[in-house]
Design a protein around this ligand. Structure first.
Ligand SMILES: [Zn+2]
Length: 302
């Protein structure tokens, strides 16, 4: 262990908290930005249609992106003071209430910040002072944003999944071959085959399911996310991620239906399970393959 590792992990944890605060903004605003864009396209294509009518929320003409306007209270619109905007601690300091109007600030904001901080610190602790650790932290941030957006909206935005996929291929192009302890694909060809296998496999499941039942079980976002994960991790992680996400997704889905928390016909987002399985494969993939040898069916392409 490098002597400075605890310090480096602590630094990554603080950075993760700050980025977690930004992830909250992405999670809240990106779907709204996409909705505004769709409405604009509707207005251009079908003037006068219902979909083209302005919806509740920020006016369509005002600037609205990840940086403008500044964060405010969703209830009273009061801008959040800098000292209350400190990740995690701002929420604790205010005991979870808006400083201006006292409305409760959902627990998910500090939870996402804390999760981002913990995951960032852990990955640096795990992979040390390496490019791999930095890349793993970046991937985990994207996975957190995708998970919560999919839970909220049954949507995996292209603006996150597609860059994540290209970034994975670019990373392999520049950084492969990696150290043997690396969580990432052993070679560029492992990454390219992984991306293709990830997309194609879920696309086939989707088409088969649609032919058999007439329903859409997944979305194209799921194919892109699986492709992105395997572009980073290589096709050797195909089976571990597929089995982990399918089993946890099915168990959770059945439990929610049995407990009456979820209608039988409501779509269940698959993205969160893919993202979680992808994280497990990235953080503990080698240990997983050692513990469950039948998962190691695909040898490295070399
Ligand atoms: Zn307020």
């Amino acid at each position: 262990m490098q002597p400075a590792l605890p310090l480096l992990a602590a630094f990554a944890g603080v950075l993760g908290l700050l980025v977690g605060s930004f992830l909250n903004v992405v999670i809240y605003r990106l779907p709204l930005m996409m909705e505004r864009e769709w409405r604009e396209q509707c207005r251009a294509l079908f003037p006068g249609s219902d979909a083209a009518a302005p919806a509740a929320g920020p006016a369509d003409t005002a600037a609205f992106n990840l940086f403008v306007p500044r964060s405010g209270c969703p209830a009273c619109k009061a801008q959040i003071k800098a000292r209350h905007n400190i990740p995690l601690f701002g929420w604790l300091w205010l005991r979870g209430r808006c400083a201006a109007c006292g409305v409760a600030i959902p627990l998910r904001y500090p939870v996402i910040e804390a999760l981002s901080g913990l995951v960032s610190a852990y990955l640096v602790w795990r992979f040390g002072y390496t490019v791999d650790a930095a890349a793993a932290v970046l991937v985990s941030w994207a996975l957190i944003a995708l998970t919560v957006i999919d839970l909220d909206h049954q949507l995996l935005p292209d603006t996150i999944t597609v860059p994540l996929l290209w970034a994975g291929l670019l990373f392999q192009l520049l950084a492969a071959p990696h150290a043997p302890t690396s969580p990432f694909a052993a070679s560029l060809s492992d990454a390219v085959i992984g991306a293709m296998a990830g997309y194609l496999s879920l696309w086939l499941v989707y088409q088969g399911f649609r032919l058999a039942t007439g329903k859409e079980g997944m979305g194209y976002g799921d194919f892109k996310l699986f492709a992105a994960l395997l572009a980073w991790l290589g096709y050797q992680m195909f089976l571990p991620i597929l089995l982990l996400s399918a089993v946890t997704g099915a168990v959770t889905g059945i439990a929610l239906i049995v407990l009456g928390r979820h209608g039988r016909r409501e779509p269940i987002p698959f993205g969160p399970y893919l993202a979680a399985a992808g994280f497990v494969a990235m953080a503990w993939g080698e240990a997983l393959l050692t513990a469950v040898p039948f998962l190691r069916v695909f040898p490295p392409a070399g």
